[in-house]
Design a protein around this ligand. Structure first.
Ligand SMILES: C[S@@+](CC[C@H](N)C(=O)[O-])C[C@H]1O[C@@H](n2cnc3c(N)ncnc32)[C@H](O)[C@@H]1O
Length: 533
């Protein structure tokens, strides 16, 4: 075993000091205290360590991992990042053509990201933040050994609360925020998370791990023009507590890409954790977010490959990891329908016998009646284009604020509401979850309507009648404006191309397409739809 002469943390601290740890700015009292118990290393050992570090190895970090018991390291989430992952993350910075004036590694550990970034950006200031004095000393020793001591600084502080010096130019935030579970996080820290998130208008969960704290701290510290790349466990993509990170990713952080390592990849030797790498550019708002999923760390590349997905899909979904899954090969010039349109199920009334107009509602004014697709057969019968709404029924959709109505309209509506209440329309679950029980809240007319449950493929219908739809149909709403020609061709393509095999088939042969499943249908992209005759 190399450097077996280092047997404990005192000797490790001694080696770090011998390699010039003290020369790196920010030396702290706690490190000085640790230094007072350190055991000096021989010149021969120091020379060997130095030459190893200069070849890109991290013998001190490796010894730290060996000497510190896993239980002890877990408290601070001290799992260091393998070189192959660091190279990929720095590869993204290079590929983006970014040149930072400063590189910050939050939770610096032995400073592996700073070492890599220091080689790539010879002019950049290198700043690490760390709470563990021994890890901080090792980062200093590593930086000093490769000649980066003069442009480096290590702050022995909690990253969440540290005040970063202001600089000219852009800062790169890069690293592997500690994976510490919520039950090891003290209540004062949790209160900080709640308060700091609230300042940005978000709610934070008390179940959040430390990586959520680091993401939030970064969003609060970074400035427009700064950018970053973090690897963390992938849980935040899907779990409730990860909502805060998902919101920050879309807004304050300016998320650009997500790369998920398959759960079987085991990206870290000494920790059974998953991996998700997020890249971000503060102050930007990417219209499309790149996603990919790789089998192992060696396949990460420079994080620039993968599929571009419309940001709307991330904004509207509460779980993200399935978006990183590529279900099947998508031919050139084709995309998932979700790239072009958001699919919304129609509104549920909770009491169709009351809210679908009929003899019980004859006196209601026309301003509260909306032509609506209320039966799937109305779409099947339309044979591709719904231009005549005379076959449809009206749905009663009252304004939330009834004072908007004129006095005479209001009298009719009040009489109707007394009837509706008597029929139990205000007491059902759906009515109780609405802001006002009397307001069904129909969606705007969708330019394409689709059936989604039948023993035959869905009917996709151009909605020229501008009808609303109840929950027997889905509405396809363009994410960005689509011309009439494109909408016509899209509906026509879908009508001919979608088979029952793409939906979920239930006993009895009933096939169902949930909105998200429908968004995964493969369709020609806008250019192809425009050009196709
Ligand atoms: C997952 S390790 C990553 C180390 C290094 N960046 C790497 O990737 O190899 C996380 C590091 O964060 C440190 N850490 C934990 N809590 C911290 C906090 N609140 N502020 C600063 N550093 C912290 C740990 O001591 C540990 O060294």
């Amino acid at each position: 075993m190399p450097f077996s002469s280092i047997c404990d943390e005192f000797e490790l601290a001694g080696a770090a000091i011998g390699l010039g740890a003290r020369r790196v700015r920010g030396w702290s009292c706690q490190e000085e205290q640790l230094a007072s118990t350190a055991v000096c290393s021989s010149r021969d050992l120091l020379n060997r360590l130095k030459s190893e570090i200069q070849t890109g190895a991290d013998p001190l970090g490796a010894m730290f991992t060996r000497l510190r018991a896993p239980d002890y390291r877990r408290v601070l989430g001290a799992t260091f990042t393998p070189t192959v992952i660091i190279s990929s993350m720095l590869g993204w910075v290079e590929a983006r053509g970014l040149t930072p004036s400063r590189v910050i590694e939050p939770g610096v550990g032995p400073g592996r990201f700073l070492l890599g970034a220091g080689r790539l950006f010879p002019q950049a200031e290198l700043l690490g933040v760390e709470v563990d004095p021994l890890a901080a000393m090792i980062a200093r020793a590593n930086l000093a050994s490769v000649g980066f001591g003069d442009r480096s600084q290590i702050l022995l502080e909690d990253y969440r609360f540290v005040t970063l010096p202001r600089i000219e130019g852009v800062t790169l935030y890069i690293g592997n925020p500690p994976y510490v579970r919520h039950h090891q996080i003290d209540s004062a820290s949790k209160r900080w998370l709640t308060r700091a998130a609230a300042k940005l208008g978000y709610e934070a969960s008390q179940l959040s791990g430390m990586h959520v704290h680091f993401y939030l701290a970064t969003a609060l510290k970074a400035h427009p023009g700064d950018f970053g790349v973090f690897i963390t466990s992938s849980e935040w993509l899907d779990v409730n507590y990860g909502r805060l990170v998902r919101q920050l990713f879309l807004k304050q952080l300016g998320g650009e890409s997500l790369t998920v390592l398959e759960p079987t990849a085991r990206p870290f030797e000494d920790a059974a954790t998953t991996g998700a790498i997020a890249t971000f550019a503060i102050g930007t708002r990417a219209q499309r977010i790149r996603v990919s999923r790789v089998a192992d760390s060696e396949s990460l590349g420079n994080l620039c490959s993968g599929q571009l997905l419309h940001r709307g899909r991330f904004e509207s979904e509460s779980r993200w990891s399935h978006l990183t899954r590529k279900a099947r090969q998508i031919p050139t010039d084709y995309v998932e329908l979700g790239e072009l349109c958001r699919v919304h199920r129609g509104q549920v009334t909770g009491a169709n016998h009351v809210w679908i107009a009929g003899s019980h509602s004859l006196e209601l004014p026309s301003c509260v009646l909306f032509r609506t697709v209320t039966r799937a057969r109305e779409l099947f019968n339309a044979e591709g284009v719904l231009s005549d709404d005379s076959c449809l029924r009206d749905v009663i959709d009252l304004p939330q604020d009834l004072d908007e109505l004129s006095a005479s309209e209001r009298r009719c509506v009040d009489r109707f509401l007394r009837y509706a209440k008597k029929m139990g329309a205000g007491a059902g679950y759906i009515a109780r979850t609405r802001k006002t029980w009397w307001s069904v809240g129909l969606r705007e007319p969708a330019p394409i309507l689709a059936t989604y449950m039948a023993r035959r493929p869905p009917a996709f219908v151009r909605n020229l009648a501008e009808a609303r739809h109840l929950n027997i149909a889905h509405g396809l709403y363009p994410r960005d404006a689509l011309s009439t020609i494109v909408l016509d061709k899209l509906a026509k393509y879908l009508s001919g191309a979608v088979s029952v095999a793409e939906g979920r088939t239930y006993a009895g042969g009933l096939t169902k397409f949930e909105p998200r499943e429908m968004e995964r249908l493969i369709v020609p992209n806008v250019a192809l739809l425009t050009s196709a005759s």
